[in-house]
Each structure stands twice: as structure tokens, then as C-alpha cells.
Design a protein around this ligand. Structure first.
Ligand code: HEM
Length: 138
């Protein structure tokens, strides 16, 4: 059972966080080029895949429950960093993209928040693999 939960968790991370990362990273350059149609598509990818990304923590928590590691420090840290990444995405990144789309002024903080989001989830991924302090598994 744990293997199924973990497979869905990792698959969801690849298929949802991946597209958000690529689309969000392309957004500032496309905005500078002024290609409105491409910009709308990139924003839509970010929004839709951010919503689908809820599968990642849901199955992450299910995997953790099944493994009995919910109290582990590496996991609690990962949960906090995942929450921070989601917060940056939903509260800072998506609204700023929407404002640029609505013909707002160029937003110079956009690349900074995109980088912050990418960095946060990259750290979470390494934590998931290294699991510092964990005595279970390899
Ligand atoms: C609430 C957030 C999350 C929880 C509770 C969670 C939980 C877990 C758990 C329990 C495992 C199994 C570790 C083991 O085999 O002992 C795992 C593995 C993994 N998680 Fe997460 N996770 C979360 C968020 C994320 C995010 C945001 C990503 C990446 C975008 C991610 C990527 C991975 C990967 C790649 C593995 C496989 C690591 C391996 O087996 O070597 N997780 N996660």
C-alpha cells in the first residue's frame, strides 16, 4: 500500500510541480516580449497545475501516515517548506502574473518569487530523498 501511495505522490510531484516550474520560469521573459497569447497560456498552466498539485501533499501525508513517520523532523520540515512554497505560489506568484496579464505595469519582483518557489520545492525534494536523521529505509 505504501508503495502505491508513494508512487502517486512522486508521479504527482513530477507532473504538477514540473509544469508550474517551467511555465513560471518562462513567464517574465515572455512578458517582456509582450506576447499576450503565450502569456495567457503560461499563466493558465501555472494556475491549473497548481490546483492539481494538491495531490502531492495529500498523497505525501498518506505515505507518511502509512510509514509512521509523521512526527519525524525531516518530514515536519518538509511540510513547512511545502506550505511555504504553496503560499509563495498562490499568494504572491499567481496574483502578480494575473496583474501583468491584465496589462499591469511590468513586475520586477516576479522573477524573484519564481526563483523562491523553485528553490523551496527543490530543497523539499532533496529532503525527501536524503531524509536526514531518518532510520527507516536506505
Ligand atoms: C506535505 C508535503 C509532503 C509530505 C507530507 C511528503 C511525504 C513524503 C514521504 C513520507 C515520502 C516517503 C519517504 C520514504 O520513503 O521514507 C516522500 C517521498 C518523496 N517525496 Fe514527498 N512529501 C511532501 C511534499 C513533497 C514535494 C513538494 C515534493 C516535490 C516537489 C516531494 C517529492 C518527493 C519525492 C521525489 C520522494 C521520493 C524520495 C525517495 O523515495 O527517495 N514531496 N514524501
Amino acid at each position: 500500500m505504501t508503495k502505491i501511495l508513494l508512487s502517486v505522490h512522486v508521479l504527482a510531484a513530477i507532473l504538477t510541480v514540473g509544469p508550474v516550474t517551467v511555465a513560471a520560469s518562462m513567464f517574465p521573459a515572455v512578458a517582456r516580449r509582450g506576447d499576450a497569447a503565450a502569456l495567457r497560456t503560461l499563466h493558465r498552466i501555472c494556475r491549473v497545475y497548481a490546483a492539481l498539485g494538491i495531490v502531492v501533499p495529500v498523497f505525501g501525508l498518506a505515505t507518511a501516515g502509512s510509514l509512521g513517520v509523521l512526527g519525524d523532523a525531516w518530514l515536519i520540515t518538509s511540510i513547512a517548506l511545502t506550505a511555504a512554497a504553496a503560499g509563495v505560489l498562490v499568494l504572491l506568484l499567481l496574483p502578480r502574473q494575473a496583474r501583468v496579464l491584465a496589462d499591469g505595469p511590468p513586475d520586477r519582483s516576479l522573477p524573484v518569487w519564481t526563483g523562491t518557489f523553485n528553490l523551496l520545492w527543490a530543497v523539499v525534494t532533496v529532503l525527501m530523498i536524503v531524509r536526514p536523521g531518518s532510520t527507516t529505509g536506505a
